[in-house]
Design a protein around this ligand. Structure first.
Ligand SMILES: *Cc1c(COP(=O)(O)O)cnc(C)c1O
Length: 430
């Protein structure tokens, strides 16, 4: 498999080069040259297949011969060594729970796969690799956990000051070792802009070998298909589900659409956004306009100009009518998010996190208009990551899982950074 740049000014590369570089030299996102179809019989066997085997089948064509089969099988097994259950919440709505990994959010899947691929590719390197990553909350923690203690890899995380939850901040700043956190006086779009600029800085890149771990990296983006496929294996009905995805930078939804393009049966997709609704607006009007990010309760989705939107357009050949048929967009307010957490907790006992609640709200609305359908929403984080919002809505404290107790007591270590490229450059030049 080869990958081309969506800006079309760089050469096509294999999986290894795309993973190590993160982004094409022309600043574009890498995109697979062909969309593989799932092998014959695969979908029928799904209910019997363990997640590690699903992962291997889905990802093998994308990795090609850059990683030997036995290594790839090991990487896949380590990537999904936690459950990915589909849990019924009501008669028509089920949660695909993606928070059973080490940092309690779905980004563990992509981060674990990518860190292991990068570890494999750099096994003979003498110069250390710097993983540079901007986070709106959960990416940084998942990446930090995935790379913690990996020799030859240094991780530098940029996060927006005051816009991540206390648990998220601990996961970014308290690990130590090879993980360093930069607290940026700005929003997530500032963090992302600074990172993109660093990748375009040839002089800096000669001094430091940089790679990205954002969802723009194919090694983080592609493995997110695994749980859509695993969910279908647990779906008890002949009629395919509607799938609702809480979306910010749109890597997760775009992975689901990719699995669909490879043959996964899904009735319809719902792009569930908070007030940052550039994509829902596009789906209504056919016109795309980037926006400035606004802060919301579902902070990991506070993205005004989602990077992966270009990949979604590419996947559907830039045909707006085709995309519109398959995908509905929703913008959900903070008030509706809180009301949804409260109501679902009272009616069913299920505790949603704010991101899952955005998707739940959108799915419920879609199903109201399509009474013959049933659906799955992606519950992308454990509610304990957003205790203030969840406790306000449910009136109940969210107990802290044992896995987090120790981390929460470690001291925070971060460096303040102005949202200007010169400041980041000086830091990385050291
Ligand atoms: C990152 C994140 C999202 C958004 O995922 P994208 O792939 O950026 O669209 C949703 N929910 C949670 C909890 C997240 O951490």
């Amino acid at each position: 498999m080869h990958y081309y740049s969506l800006n079309r000014q760089s050469d096509s590369v294999d999986f290894r080069t795309a993973t190590v570089a993160g982004q094409a030299p022309d600043g574009g996102l890498y995109f697979p040259e062909t969309i593989p179809r799932f092998p014959a019989g695969f979908l029928e066997q799904l209910p019997q297949l363990p997640a590690a085997e699903i992962a291997l089948t889905v990802l093998r064509p994308y990795v090609g011969d850059t990683i030997p089969e036995t290594e790839l099988a090991r990487i896949c097994a380590e990537t999904v060594n936690f459950p990915l259950p589909v849990v019924p919440v009501t008669e028509r709505i089920s949660a695909l729970e993606l928070f059973h990994g080490p940092t309690l959010a779905f980004k563990d899947v992509g981060a674990r796969f990518m860190s292991r691929c990068l570890g494999y590719f750099s096994r003979h390197e003498t110069q250390p690799v710097t993983v540079l990553v901007a986070t709106s909350g959960d990416t940084g923690g998942a990446v930090a956990s995935g790379f913690l203690g990996v020799p030859g890899v240094e991780v530098v995380i940029l996060y927006p000051q005051g816009r991540v939850s206390p648990v998220q901040e601990q996961q970014l700043t308290a690990l130590g070792q090879n993980i360093r956190a930069l607290e940026v006086r700005g929003n997530f779009d500032d963090c992302q802009r600074l990172v993109k600029q660093a990748f375009r800085d040839e002089e800096l890149r000669q001094r430091r070998q940089l790679t990205s771990a954002n969802s723009i990296n194919v090694a983080r983006w592609l493995p997110q298909q695994i749980y859509y496929v695993a969910a279908l294996g647990q779906w008890p009905r002949a009629q395919p589900p509607v799938v609702a995805v809480p979306s910010g930078n749109f890597g997760n939804l775009c992975a689901g659409l990719l699995a669909y393009a490879s043959g996964l049966p899904v009735a319809h997709f719902v792009a569930a956004c908070n007030q940052n609704d550039a994509v829902p607006r596009y789906l209504q009007s056919g016109q795309y306009a980037a926006q400035a990010a606004v802060a919301t309760l579902s902070n990991a989705m506070d993205v005004g100009d989602p990077s992966n939107f270009g990949r979604i357009l590419e996947l559907f050949g830039h045909q707006y009518p085709v995309l519109r048929e398959l995908l509905s967009g929703y913008s959900v307010s903070d008030a509706a998010t809180t009301a949804t957490i409260t109501r679902v907790f009272q009616e069913t006992g299920y505790a949603l996190d704010p991101h899952g609640a955005v998707a739940y709200y959108a799915l419920e609305d879609y199903l109201r208009q399509h009474p013959e359908q049933r659906g799955i929403f992606l519950e992308t984080a454990h509610p304990v990551k957003f205790p203030a919002a969840v406790e306000t809505a449910t009136g109940q404290p969210v107990p802290i899982p044992a896995a987090l107790q120790e981390l929460i007591q470690q001291p925070k270590q971060s460096t303040l950074l102005e949202p200007e490229y010169e400041a980041l450059r000086a830091y990385l030049w050291e």
